[in-house]
Design a protein around this ligand. Structure first.
Ligand SMILES: N[C@@H](CCC(=O)N[C@@H](CS)C(=O)NCC(=O)O)C(=O)O
Length: 176
């Protein structure tokens, strides 16, 4: 594939890459089974807006584990701003458990890494980002998200992720 990155979905032998393009493809191919986007055009646009926001800004969280010193401080600040913005958005959920309503939708999937990856990133970087009391709405959402059977059964093992991420950071520090 062009970027040599995962994930890649194969359907009928044909590859589709880029996570969120894959999610939209699944939705368009099996709309009744996986209605990941709202039916209302305005709501669809809003869901896509937030997905794009997190695709653009979310990598700051990962970068906290890939940097040191002033650079890490900068990415920590950016990460906290992203978490703050998404926590505010999660504050509008009301009675809904998910951004998709009663069931997870495209934005829940896009934000999935906050629910699971962030804690591993924090350990590897030695930096705390996602305090439950500082981001209460987002924290409540992560609890709901991780309880969804399809999510719970498929989350990668934290210990294995830790080994992998630590190795990545060690390599990075050795090359500096
Ligand atoms: N925007 C892409 C990002 C994909 C991506 O960065 N994948 C990482 C793993 S999470 C990867 O394949 N890295 C291997 C590499 O960069 O060589 C998407 O959402 O699918």
């Amino acid at each position: 594939m062009v970027h040599k990155k995962i994930p890649v979905l194969f359907n009928g032998g044909r590859p589709i890459c880029e996570s969120m393009i894959i999610v939209e493809y699944i939705e368009e191919t099996w709309p009744h089974k996986y209605p990941f986007l709202p039916t209302d055009p305005y709501e669809r646009a809003m869901a896509r807006f937030w997905v794009k926001y997190f695709e653009e800004k979310g990598p700051a969280i990962w970068m906290v584990s890939q940097t040191t010193g002033d650079e890490q401080v900068k990415f920590k600040k950016e990460s906290l701003e992203v978490l703050r913005t998404i926590d505010n958005h999660a504050g509008t959920l009301g009675k809904n458990k998910f951004f998709g309503g009663d069931n997870i939708g495209i934005l829940d999937i896009a934000l999935g890494c906050i629910a699971h990856w962030t804690e591993v990133i924090e350990v590897v970087a030695g930096v705390k980002l996602f305090e439950a009391h500082a981001f209460p709405y987002l924290h409540a959402w992560t609890q709901n998200f991780k309880e969804v059977p399809a999510i719970e059964e498929n989350l990668p093992d934290c210990d294995k992720m830790l080994v992998l991420f630590k190795r990545g950071r060690e390599k990075l520090l050795a090359s500096q």
